[in-house]
Design a protein around this ligand. Structure first.
Ligand code: MRU
Length: 358
């Protein structure tokens, strides 16, 4: 994907360390961060300078390669990176891919690069498979950011949107703001704007209303971990969108690479849900009049707050999971097939109505 006309990935390896687009300062500023040590890589993940399940897997993989090059103890590096965030399984998939390459620094870097490239290829394939769900002017509702900032080069939920746009289908995207970190408002709206895709930002509470009024053809989100039975964890607020979609006969799809599937997690109830600092709920961060990041308090001093970062959508509410090998059912059989399967050749039958942006 391009930023200011330049091909850019959300994170990449350099001789100095791991470089990344600092997602904390978007959309105000495009700033490149540099993590020179394992600790700095871990902090970039924890502070959400880099975020999104597939991206943190890639960055963790490069972090472990960095440890080998710097002569940092491999086991300690693995442990430090593994405890940065608890929900997205991609984190450990990235670490394991590098660890499996053996102790050599060259081999570890090659494994991290291969893991990165495989995620790019998977995202591109997700876009191709998801394109079957689109007609001219399909109105998608998405939540959080599952675009190329979260998943190298294409995104997951946004990959089919970008493919549809390139195919001239003029997709339209409702972007829910995604409190408390506002990934929708800050990141998805920015990405779609850069790519010239028509979109409109809505308050989180407006999503069910738009679905009820027939203004959404398709709900499409990413995932941070998919359990063996097809239940899927994604950004807090995803479950309520899936419930509203089911109530009004609108299909709800998840888009995710197979690195997001965790067969060792049997059901959604077993997924660890990250709880972040309550201060993220008690405050709002944005840009001041001068375009500088600023944080303001929105609740009375002393208000207790709770900040679960993810929720779980049961497989029964998911019309299908768009993976790099095709669209699979969100069931135990579908997940088992996806993990063992080769590319599926049949295309999904879209259950969306077509329509123009409204
Ligand atoms: O807390 P984040 O921003 O890392 O969470 C990311 C999400 O939940 C995204 O919605 C997502 O779909 C997973 S990344 C494609």
């Amino acid at each position: 994907m391009k930023v200011g006309g330049q091909d850019t990935r959300a994170a990449w390896w350099s001789d100095e360390g791991v470089r990344y687009l600092d997602q904390r300062v978007l959309p105000g500023r495009v700033a490149i961060g540099l993590a020179r040590t394992v600790e700095e890589v871990a902090r970039a993940i924890e502070t959400m300078a880099v975020r999104g399940a597939p991206l943190i897997g890639v960055v963790a993989a490069y972090g472990l390669a960095l440890a080998a090059r710097r002569g940092e103890a491999a086991e300690a590096a693995y442990a430090r990176l593994a405890r940065t965030r608890p929900t997205a399984v991609n984190l450990w998939k990235g670490l394991d891919a590098v660890q499996a390459a053996g102790p050599g620094a060259q081999a570890r870097l090659a494994a991290a690069r291969a893991f990165d490239d495989a995620e790019v290829a998977a995202a591109e394939a997700i876009g191709r498979h998801g394109l079957a769900l689109f007609r001219r002017g399909t109105r998608v509702l998405t939540h959080c950011n599952a675009g190329w900032l979260a998943v190298q080069d294409w995104g997951t939920a946004l990959a089919p949107v970008y493919q549809a746009a390139r195919a001239g289908l003029e997709p339209f995207v409702w972007v829910s703001e995604t409190r408390p970190r506002l990934q929708g408002a800050r990141l998805t709206a920015w990405e779609l704007g850069e790519e010239g895709v028509a979109h409109t930002l809505i308050a989180d509470g407006a999503a069910a209303h738009l679905i009820q009024r027939g203004r959404v053809d398709l709900v499409l989100t990413g995932a941070d971990r998919i359990a063996a039975n097809g239940d899927a964890a994604n950004k807090i607020g995803t479950y309520s969108r899936a419930l509203a979609a089911q109530a009004h006969g609108v299909p709800f799809f998840i888009a995710a690479p197979r690195t997001t599937i965790d067969p060792a997690t049997l059901t959604g109830a077993d997924i660890v849900i990250e709880e972040r600092d309550p201060d993220e709920v008690l405050t709002v961060e944005g840009l001041d009049e001068a375009g500088k990041p600023a944080r303001v308090r929105v609740a009375p001093a002393g208000t207790p707050a709770l900040n679960p970062a993810f929720d779980v959508t049961p497989g029964a509410l998911i019309a299908g999971i768009i993976t790099e090998i095709g669209i699979v059912p969100a069931t135990a059989e579908g997940i088992a097939g996806a993990m063992s399967g080769a590319e599926r050749t049949e295309s999904a039958t879209p259950r969306t109505a077509s329509g123009s942006p409204s």
